[in-house]
Design a protein around this ligand. Structure first.
Ligand SMILES: Cc1cc2nc3c(=O)[nH]c(=O)nc-3n(C[C@H](O)[C@H](O)[C@H](O)COP(=O)(O)O)c2cc1C
Length: 180
């Protein structure tokens, strides 16, 4: 597990090799077990397979986005959608200071997908920076749901180094934050 967590990298170049239906089924089976607010499981995933649609989605990333090319060439894109009115709400009323707990749930399922994919020999990159509204139109996301991220998925065709991480001492604070 430690190995999978530490070795997983964002992959932005994929082999021209399809992902078997059984592999995808195993991936989604694992994703089912992601934790979520009140176990409400507010997520909906769109599996994008059609080349034309991938091309349209790729055109919605800014030119500077390093995932632009792989959005077009990945064998599969996953549209990570969710219902913004479930997590953090009780009978339609917001119950904490945060309105957008669904983003948290979608982050968790995204991490499950990326780690399980890595275990399966698949690479992935989470893409959050694109024209969300136009992408929702491409994927025909129903009203009441929001498309938050796209995950490009495929067999890795490069082995990038890990970007630098903060040291543990920098972000773990025992008992309380130190006095300023
Ligand atoms: C919420 C989120 C949004 C991201 N959006 C993008 C993106 O739009 N384009 C991209 O190339 N990478 C994107 N990434 C990938 C990060 O750049 C990457 O995870 C980070 O640099 C650490 O590298 P690693 O995943 O290889 O450890 C995103 C990651 C997260 C978690």
């Amino acid at each position: 597990m430690d190995d999978i967590i530490k070795k997983r990298r964002s992959i932005r170049r994929f082999q021209d090799r399809p992902i078997a239906a059984e592999t995808l089924a195993d991936l989604f089976e694992a994703a089912r077990y992601s934790p979520s607010w009140g176990n409400l499981q507010c997520w909906e995933l769109v599996v994008v397979r059609v080349a034309e649609d991938k091309k349209k989605l790729a055109s919605l990333l800014s030119e500077k986005n390093p995932a632009g090319k792989c959005t077009e060439t990945a064998p599969i894109l996953l549209g990570i959608c969710g219902d913004p009115q479930k997590s953090g709400y009780y009978k339609g009323v917001q119950v904490t200071r945060y309105q957008h707990w669904f983003l948290y749930d979608l982050g968790i399922i995204s991490q499950t997908l990326c780690l399980k994919a890595w275990e399966q020999g698949l690479g992935s990159v989470i893409i959050g920076s694109f024209d969300h509204k136009a992408a929702e139109e491409v994927l025909q996301v129903p009203s009441g749901l929001e498309l938050v991220a796209i995950i490009a998925l495929g067999y890795p065709d490069h082995d990038p180094p890990a970007p630098k991480r903060r040291e543990v001492e920098e972000f773990v604070h025992y008992d309380r934050f130190p006095m300023p």
